[in-house]
Design a protein around this ligand. Structure first.
Ligand code: GLY
Ligand code: MN
Ligand code: MN
Length: 447
C-alpha cells in the first residue's frame, strides 16, 4: 500500500470515528460539466471527495459506515464500470474491483447500483451525514433513498432519524495540513514562484498581458502542474485597480506597473502568488513609494502570524501600516482624522484597500474552514495553529479621484505569499518569487 493510500484510509477512519456509531456518510465527487456540443470543461474532482479517497474519476460516490461496538468502520466506493468501448475514447477507468484494491476501500460497486445499495445501507441506521443543500441532484437522490427505506416500515425497518451536515467536520480536518500536504503545497508554490520570475524576465514595453499569462502557464505546465488554481490576473496600468480583472488583453506600456496574481494547482493543491513589477524594469519614485508601503504592510502581517495569535491579527497589522501610509502620503486627508485609529474606524482606507489580507489555502485556492470560533458566543477570530496554511496579500489600489495626489493615480499593487503556520511563527512557501525593489529590478536586468 502506498503512503498516499494509507493517508486516505486514515482520514476515512478519523471521520468515521467522529460520526454517530453505525451511521452512514455519503459524499459524491464533482459532476462533469458540458461546455457545448459534446465537449466538457476540463474535469476537476471535488476536493472533499478527493481528500477522503484520492480517487479522481467522475461519477463516483463514497459511502462511509461508522463503527459500532461490534462492527468495524466500512468504506464503500461507487464508480464507473470498466467499459472497453468508452476507454478507447476517454482513457482508462479502474472499475470497482481495481479501484477497491488500488485505493484501499472495503467494498466497491458500479455507480449504477447506488440507489439499490443505499436503500439497504440506510436501513436501521441512526443518522445520515451528507453535504446538505449543496447539490439539488443529490438532495433529490437522498430523498428517494429515504423514501425507499421508509416504505419498508411495515417490516420493522427504520430510516435514519437525523441528518447532519458532513462538510463542517471535513472543513476542520482539511484546515490542518499534514506533512505530505505541506510538501505538496511547497512544491506548488515553488513552481508558481518560478513562473513569476519567468514572467518578470519576459516583461517589456509593448508586450500584451496575455503574452505574460502564456509565460506563467508554460512554466506551470512544464513542471507538471495540472491547472492554474484560478484564472490568472495579468493587469497592467489602470487594470491593476480592478481586483478581479482577467481579460488579460491589453498592451503593457513603458512607465506602468503590471500586477500579476497567478498560481498553479499541483496534484490537487493550490498556490496563490501576486507580484507587481514595472513594465520597463525600473520603478518610478511614486511606484517605489507605494510598493515599499505595501511591502512593509506585508512584513507586519507576516510578523503577526504564529500559533495562538488570532487569524485577524495579520489584517489588523497590515491595515495599520497601510492606513498610516495613506495619511502620510496624502492619499487620505490628515486633517479629517484625529488619529490613525480614527481613520481606520471611519473605514477611510476602503477607498484604497478594500479586501482582506488573506484566506485559507489548500486544495481550494480559497480553502475551507471557518475563520471564527463558532462555538464561542461572540464568535472571535480563531487562533492560528501549526499546520494551517494561508495567504498574506495586502495591496493598495489608487483610482483617480479629487484630492488624491495625481502621481499615484492608476497604480495598483498587491504582494501575496503563501505561508504555513509553524510551531513558532510561519514558513513562507513562495519566497522564491522576487519581492524586494532591488531584487525585482536586478531580475529584470537579466532580460
Ligand atoms: N487569486 C485569488 C486571491 O488572491 O484570493
Ligand atoms: Mn489570494
Ligand atoms: Mn491571489
Amino acid at each position: 500500500m502506498t503512503a498516499a493510500v494509507a493517508r486516505h484510509i486514515e482520514r476515512r477512519a478519523r471521520l468515521a470515528a467522529r460520526m454517530q456509531p453505525g451511521s452512514v456518510a455519503v459524499l459524491a465527487t464533482a459532476p462533469e460539466v458540458l461546455r457545448n456540443g459534446d465537449s466538457d470543461y476540463p474535469y476537476r474532482h471535488d476536493s472533499y471527495f478527493y481528500y477522503l479517497s484520492g480517487f479522481t474519476e467522475p461519477d463516483s460516490v463514497l459511502v462511509l459506515v461508522a463503527p459500532t461496538g461490534d462492527t468495524p468502520a466500512r468504506s464503500i466506493l461507487f464508480c464507473r464500470e470498466k467499459n472497453p468501448e468508452r476507454e478507447i475514447w476517454d482513457g482508462y477507468r479502474h472499475g470497482p474491483e481495481a479501484a477497491r484494491i488500488a485505493f484501499g476501500f472495503d467494498e466497491a460497486f458500479p455507480i449504477a447500483e447506488l440507489d439499490a445499495q443505499m436503500g439497504k445501507l440506510l436501513a436501521n441506521v441512526p443518522a445520515l451525514y451528507y453535504a446538505l443543500g449543496h447539490s439539488a441532484a443529490l438532495d433529490a437522490q437522498v430523498a428517494s433513498w429515504l423514501k425507499a427505506v421508509r416504505a419498508q416500515g411495515r417490516s420493522g425497518i427504520t430510516a435514519p432519524g437525523s441528518t447532519h451536515h458532513l462538510l463542517g467536520m471535513l472543513d476542520e480536518m482539511r484546515l490542518l495540513k499534514d506533512a505530505d500536504e505541506q510538501a505538496l503545497m511547497a512544491r506548488a508554490a515553488a513552481i508558481s514562484a518560478a513562473a513569476h520570475a519567468r514572467a518578470m524576465r519576459f516583461t517589456r514595453p509593448g508586450v500584451f498581458e496575455y503574452e505574460i499569462e502564456a509565460e506563467l502557464l508554460h512554466e506551470f505546465r512544464r513542471n507538471g502542474a495540472q491547472f492554474p488554481a484560478y484564472t490568472p490576473i495579468v493587469a497592467s496600468g489602470a487594470n491593476a485597480c480592478v481586483l478581479h480583472y482577467n481579460r488579460n488583453d491589453r498592451q503593457c506600456r513603458e512607465g506602468e506597473l503590471v500586477l500579476v496574481d497567478a498560481g498553479c494547482e499541483l496534484d490537487g493543491y493550490a498556490s496563490d502568488i501576486t507580484r507587481s513589477w514595472p513594465v520597463s524594469g525600473r520603478f518610478s519614485e511614486a511606484q517605489k513609494t507605494l510598493y515599499a508601503l505595501v511591502l512593509r504592510a506585508q512584513e507586519a502581517a507576516l510578523a503577526a502570524i504564529a500559533p495562538g495569535r488570532p487569524y485577524s491579527g495579520m489584517h489588523e497589522a497590515a491595515l495599520k501600516v497601510l492606513a498610516q501610509g495613506m495619511l502620510d502620503l496624502g492619499l487620505l486627508e490628515r486633517a479629517r482624522y484625529a488619529s490613525l485609529d480614527d481613520a481606520i474606524a471611519d473605514k477611510a482606507h476602503l477607498q484604497f484597500y478594500m479586501h482582506g489580507t488573506g484566506h485559507w489555502l489548500g486544495m481550494d485556492v480559497h480553502d475551507v474552514g471557518p475563520y471564527r470560533d463558532l462555538s464561542a458566543a461572540d464568535k472571535p477570530s480563531r487562533p492560528l495553529l501549526p499546520g494551517m496554511a494561508l495567504t498574506v496579500e495586502p495591496g493598495i489600489y489608487v483610482r483617480p479621484a479629487q484630492g488624491v495626489p495625481e502621481e499615484y493615480w492608476n497604480i495598483g499593487i498587491r504582494i501575496e505569499d503563501d505561508v504555513i503556520v509553524t510551531d513558532d511563527g510561519c514558513r513562507v512557501l513562495s519566497g522564491d518569487a522576487p519581492k524586494g525593489v532591488a531584487e525585482i529590478e536586478n531580475m529584470m536586468k537579466e532580460r
